[in-house]
Ligand binder design. Structure first.
Ligand code: ZN
Length: 326
C-alpha cells in the first residue's frame, strides 16, 4: 500500500507527518507558518492562530418555508487526483471508477429522490472526464464548486502568486464547462495556506466549505477582521473517507455503522435547528454496498417535517439574506 492516496486527503500537520513517513517531504510547519514555541508569549499565541478564525454566527432563525434544519449533500469528485504524485495504472483506475461508475450511480440516486447536491470538482477531474460536468449540470438542480486545479494542497505551494494563479485557472475552467461561475470553494484536503482566505475573498467567492470551528454557518475572520466570506463548515464525522480509507479496512466493515453516525449527526442538527453537511467522495461512497447509506438516509431526512435539502450555494445565499435574524 502506498501512502499516496491517504496523504492527499489529510490536511495540515497530519499530512506532513504522513508525507514525511513516505520520505516525500520534510517535517515541520508549512511554508509561511510559524510554529507556537513552548515559551510562546500570549501575543505570539494570538498571532499564530489569527490567520483564519471564526467570526459571528450566521444561522438564521428559520430556514425557507419555516424549515428547522438545512441539509447539504456534498461530493468532492477527486477521482484520479489522489494519485497524481505517483500516477500508476492500478490506483488511477480506482479514481477512474469515480467517474465511470460512482458519479452516474450517485446522480441516479439523487434523481430518484429528487434532491439537489453540491459537487466540488478539481479541474483535472473535469478535464479527464469531459462528459461528467455536463451530466451533472443538465439536471439543473445541482451546484458545481471549485476544488483546485489538480487537487493541490495550498499549504504545500508556499507561493501566494502560484496559489492565486491556480485558483484563477480552476475558476475559469469550471466556469467554461459548467456554464456558470462557481460561488463556492472547498480547499483540496481541507487545506489552507496563510494566503488561501485572501485568495478566495479576492476571487469573489460567496462561501467556503473547509473550516470546522462551528456546527452552524459563520463568518470568517482574517487577523481579527471580518472578511465577508461565509463558512459552511464540514467536518470529519460527516466525511466518508475516514470510515472507508484503505488503512481502515476491517475496522469499520459495515456501512450500517456509517448510517448510524450520519443519522445521529442529522438528528442533532435537526434538534438544534442549524445545519447538516455530509462531505463524500464518489469513488468512496459510490460503491454498491455503501450507496445504501444515502439510499436510507435521504428518505429518513425527508420524512421529518421541516427539512430543507439544498445546495451549499442556495444555503449561502439564504444565510447572507437573513443574517442576524436569530
Ligand atoms: Zn478532495
Amino acid at each position: 500500500m502506498t501512502t499516496a492516496g491517504p496523504v492527499s486527503l489529510f490536511a495540515g500537520a497530519l499530512a506532513l507527518i504522513l508525507v514525511a513517513s513516505s520520505g516525500a517531504a520534510e517535517t515541520g510547519p508549512a511554508p509561511g507558518v510559524t510554529p507556537i514555541a513552548v515559551e510562546a508569549t500570549p501575543e505570539q499565541m494570538q498571532e499564530a492562530v489569527a490567520t483564519v478564525r471564526a467570526g459571528r454566527k450566521m444561522a438564521p432563525k428559520l430556514w425557507p418555508a419555516g424549515a428547522r434544519v438545512a441539509v447539504a449533500l456534498t461530493f468532492d469528485i477527486d477521482n484520479e487526483t489522489w494519485w497524481r504524485d505517483n500516477p500508476l495504472p492500478v490506483p488511477l483506475s480506482e479514481g477512474e471508477y469515480g467517474a465511470l461508475e460512482a458519479v452516474p450511480r450517485i446522480l441516479a440516486l439523487l434523481d430518484r429522490h429528487d434532491v439537489p447536491a453540491t459537487f466540488f470538482v478539481p479541474a483535472m477531474s473535469a478535464i479527464l472526464h469531459p462528459d461528467m460536468i455536463p451530466e451533472i449540470v443538465r439536471r439543473k438542480r445541482h451546484e458545481i464548486g471549485v476544488h483546485g486545479w489538480v487537487h493541490e494542497e495550498p499549504s504545500t505551494l508556499g507561493d501566494q502568486a502560484v496559489e492565486e494563479r491556480l485558483l484563477a485557472k480552476s475558476v475559469a475552467y469550471l466556469t467554461q464547462v459548467a456554464g456558470k461561475r462557481p460561488t463556492g470553494f472547498r480547499a483540496p484536503s481541507w487545506d489552507f495556506s496563510p494566503y488561501t482566505l485572501e485568495a478566495i475573498r479576492k476571487a469573489g467567492f460567496v462561501y467556503d466549505s473547509s473550516m470546522m470551528a462551528m456546527d452552524e454557518p459563520y463568518e470568517l475572520l482574517s487577523h481579527g477582521k471580518p472578511t465577508g466570506v461565509l463558512e459552511l463548515p464540514p467536518d470529519w464525522i460527516g466525511d466518508d473517507y475516514p470510515y472507508y480509507e484503505p488503512s481502515a479496512t476491517g475496522s469499520l466493515p459495515s456501512p450500517d455503522a456509517v448510517y448510524a453516525i450520519y443519522k445521529a449527526e442529522f438528528d442533532g442538527a435537526y434538534s438544534e435547528g442549524t445545519l447538516f453537511i455530509l462531505s463524500m467522495h464518489p469513488q468512496v461512497t459510490g460503491r454498491r454496498s455503501r450507496i445504501t447509506v444515502l439510499e436510507r438516509l435521504i428518505p429518513y431526512m425527508k420524512s421529518r417535517p421541516g427539512v430543507w435539502i439544498a445546495t451549499l450555494g442556495d444555503i449561502a445565499h439564504y444565510v447572507n439574506e437573513h443574517a442576524n435574524s436569530r
